[in-house]
Structure formats: structure tokens, C-alpha cells
Write a protein that binds this ligand. Structure first.
Ligand SMILES: [Zn+2]
Ligand SMILES: [Zn+2]
Length: 287
């Protein structure tokens, strides 16, 4: 999945557009806007709770800090649960997500990075999804970059059928609260979660402060951190990728880290890896 990449990406053309992805993106955005005509406090509450479950648990605690970087340990059951939550974001299955993100760390802002703003802010945000060389369902290909997950039948299944849990959730919401709850709990919530996550790829490689002189353009961004449960402390993260803690000082609000500490107290997670602000950079991350 070496997306040819870097300086001088060809202009966006219809021939490189991923038609199916584009169709769903347009449909989800249109239905997300429609949700505003069907506001209720219950629908808002459902959307916020599901955002926390999908992006907070699924992406931040699951796909990112656990499945990709192994920043802590937990039971297999909880690991599977987090992966299921991750699919509720429509960001693809666990093998695809982890493989793409590992390639990002390997080639950050260099040739081969799937989503670097050096090729344009729009490209880094969502252009790479719409026009890039994506392989959401190509489990065999993506497995090369995530052999640890590919060795597990559950992850292989979930990667190929990552849209199934979200579809089932849609039917549950339809039964409980009708179409308006589907608009809020699925469409608006998914679009909000996608843009929040994409901001980590776009905004935090463009705007913010740099505590560590890493070899990439990563930045720390407090407002992206607020939208993504702590994922916005992205310069800290690129400097110390394995650390389960991204906000490294008290004023760097990192909800996922607070959650992990609570989970550790009740025995749900263990062996949390934590970087120190003064720690030297791992050789492969240094500028
Ligand atoms: Zn990054
Ligand atoms: Zn990472």
C-alpha cells in the first residue's frame, strides 16, 4: 500500500476517485445535515454517548493506543470489544486502520506517508480517503503491515465486514427512536467523528506547538485533543509512539489517559507505558 505520494501528487481527477467511498461520504454528509432538522435532547445525548464509544473507546483507546502501538495490556475480550467500537466510526476495520497508521509512523511527512499535509491540507484531511490507494477490505494485503492482528480470525473477519456492527447499530436505533435517532446516532455522529479523527492527520501536522524536535511535522493541538479524547497531543505521540499517555503534563487534557488510569485501578487494563517529558527521543523518532 505504498501510496506513491509525496511532493507533486497529481491533481485530483475523476479516474482516481474511489466511487463507492465517495458515494457513502456524500450520502453521510447530506444525512448528517438533515439531522439538524430533527433535533431532540435525547438524540443529542445518544450521539454524544456513541461518539465517546466509537472515537474515545474504539479509535483512541482501541485502534490507536492498543491495537497499533500496544501502549498497555488488557484481556482479549476487552480488546475485541474496543475493536468492535472502532468499526462504529466507519474508519475501516482494525487491520486496515492499524496498517495505515503504522505506515504513517514509518514515513511521517515523507514519501510513502498515506496522509501528509505536505501534499495539501485537504489531501491529509480527506482527499487521501477519496482519491488515495485505499484497501479497506483487502485483508490479505493489509495483513502484511499488521501481522499480529492478521493472525487472529476475529480481526480478519471484522476487517472484511467492518460495516456490519454499524449497520446493526443503525437498526437498533431505528427500533428505539425512529429515523431521527438514526440521523443523529449514525449519520451526524459518524461524520463528526470522521472529521475529528481526520483533524489529527491534517491539523496536527500543520498547526500547533512542538515540544519535541521529531523528524516529522507533528504538532500539539489542544482543540484537536478536546475533539478526540486526547489524540491532539500529536507531537508528544510522534516523539514517544508507544506511550499510552499522550498529554504529558497536567494541563494537556487527555481523557483517554484519565480513562486508562481509572480502568487500571479496577483491573481492566495493566502495564501502561508512559513517556516522561524529559525522556530522550527513541533514535528512530529523532530529527
Ligand atoms: Zn501523525
Ligand atoms: Zn500513532
Amino acid at each position: 500500500m505504498q501510496t506513491s505520494a509525496a511532493p507533486g501528487r497529481a491533481p485530483y481527477t475523476l479516474s482516481t476517485l474511489n466511487i463507492i467511498t465517495a458515494f457513502f461520504m456524500v450520502a453521510f454528509h447530506v444525512l448528517a445535515v438533515m439531522a439538524f432538522f430533527f433535533f431532540s435532547w435525547t438524540n443529542l445525548l445518544v450521539a454524544v454517548a456513541l461518539h465517546w464509544l466509537a472515537v474515545g473507546f474504539g479509535i483512541s483507546l482501541g485502534y490507536h493506543r492498543l491495537h497499533t502501538h500496544r501502549g498497555y495490556k488488557t484481556s482479549t475480550a476487552f480488546e475485541y470489544f474496543l475493536a468492535l467500537c472502532g468499526t462504529l466510526t466507519l474508519e475501516g476495520g482494525p487491520i486496515f486502520w492499524v496498517a495505515t497508521h503504522r505506515v504513517h509512523h514509518q514515513h511521517s511527512d515523507k514519501d510513502g506517508d498515506p496522509h501528509s499535509p505536505r501534499e495539501g491540507g485537504f489531501w491529509a484531511h480527506m482527499g487521501w480517503i477519496l482519491f488515495g490507494d485505499t484497501h479497506h477490505n483487502n485483508t490479505a494485503l493489509m495483513s502484511r503491515y499488521a501481522p499480529d492482528l492478521a493472525a487472529t480470525p476475529f480481526y480478519r473477519w471484522l476487517n472484511s465486514y467492518h460495516y456490519v456492527p454499524l449497520t446493526l447499530l443503525g437498526f437498533v436505533l431505528l427500533a428505539i427512536g425512529g429515523w431521527s435517532m438514526v440521523l443523529w446516532g449514525i449519520f451526524l455522529r459518524v461524520i463528526f467523528g470522521l472529521h475529528a479523527t481526520w483533524l489529527v492527520n491534517s491539523a496536527t501536522h500543520m498547526w500547533g506547538s512542538r515540544r519535541f524536535q521529531t523528524r516529522d511535522d507533528s504538532k500539539n493541538s489542544w482543540w484537536v485533543a478536546l475533539l478526540t479524547f486526547g489524540e491532539g497531543w500529536h507531537n508528544n505521540h510522534h516523539a514517544h509512539p508507544v506511550s499510552a499517555r499522550h498529554g504529558l503534563v497536567w494541563y494537556e487534557f487527555d481523557i483517554s489517559w484519565i480513562t486508562l488510569k481509572l480502568f487500571a485501578r479496577v483491573g481492566l487494563v495493566r502495564d501502561l507505558k508512559v513517556a516522561k517529558v524529559a525522556a530522550p527521543l527513541p533514535v528512530e523518532e529523532a530529527a
